[in-house]
Design a protein around this ligand. Structure first.
Ligand code: NAD
Length: 243
């Protein structure tokens, strides 16, 4: 048995990852912060595909809740094999109009939350000298899109964190990689106006947005033994937008 913790798994990319990993045979911890019904429906889908897991409510921008979650998961299953650090938010704004509460919530979840989960999961993985951490980054970690300074800064931090943790944790048998999606059809994208969607589509060589299941495919591959020699990499999955 292998145990995967997926943060922010009630919807979007996290949900697709949880379901994909469930189909791979992982026992999946479907983490959510608010929407219990959505988390339960993700778990139901995992179960109907023959997999299993639990739902777990925790705000991953809160260290105490992250500690409790990893402790409880470790107690219940005896191990954590995979962490998908996925929960993230966007608060786009130009610098001159930036609301500092938005800055704080982005940094708290997209950066500090990733540190909290990585540290608490690695403390469990370290014991068994094996584990995989996959951080959900974004092409915005490299691309400079006006209005995205905060989000870009957080995803740039995720990329740096990925590389440094790969160095620190490699000798402990823990691999750390990141996936950097471009525009993926989730509620994040659904919130855009039709004009904005068209404008973005025109900049994507494959001329479509990606699907959450396509991100999950990469996550499942990176987690598997086929990629046992890969660590510290940020894999871009963006239909060519960053080229
Ligand atoms: P989404 O808004 O659909 O889902 C985010 C999930 O995180 C939700 O389930 C939400 O409930 C959860 N969440 C929010 N705050 C939380 C908290 N404090 N604790 C625990 N869970 C919390 O977003 P998405 O599009 O699926 O994005 C998932 C990840 O992928 C994010 O890190 C995002 O930055 C990244 N990403 C998304 C896109 C895209 O186009 N959708 C592109 C690149 C990167």
């Amino acid at each position: 048995m292998k145990v995967a913790v997926v943060t922010g798994a009630s919807r979007g990319i996290g949900r697709a990852c949880a379901i994909r990993l469930g189909k791979e045979g992982y026992t999946v911890v479907v983490n959510y912060s608010r929407s219990e019904a959505e988390a339960q429906s993700a778990l139901d889908e995992i179960r109907s595909a023959g997999g299993d897991g639990i739902i777990y409510k925790a705000d991953v921008s809160d260290l105490a809740q992250v500690k409790q979650m990893m402790r409880d998961v470790d107690k219940q299953f005896g191990q954590i094999d995979l962490l998908v650090n996925n929960a993230g938010i966007v608060r786009d704004s130009f610098l001159l109009a930036l609301n500092m509460n938005d800055l704080d919530s982005c940094l708290d979840l997209n950066v500090k939350g990733y540190f909290y989960c990585a540290q608490q999961a690695a403390l469990k993985m370290f014991r068994r000298k094996q584990g995989v951490i996959i951080n959900m980054s974004s092409v915005s970690g490299e691309l400079a899109l006006a209005g995205q300074s905060v989000y870009s800064a957080t995803k740039g931090a995720v990329n740096s964190l990925t590389r440094v943790l790969a160095k620190e944790l490699g000798a402990k048998g823990i691999r750390v990689n990141a996936v950097a999606p471009g525009f993926i059809e989730t509620e994040m994208i659904n919130a855009l106006s039709d004009d904005k969607k068209k404008e973005y589509l025109d900049t994507i060589p494959l001329h479509r947005f990606g699907r959450a299941e396509e991100v999950a495919e990469v996550v499942a591959a990176l987690a598997g033994d086929g990629f046992a020699y890969m660590t510290g990499q940020v894999i871009t999955l963006d239909g060519g937008i960053a080229l």
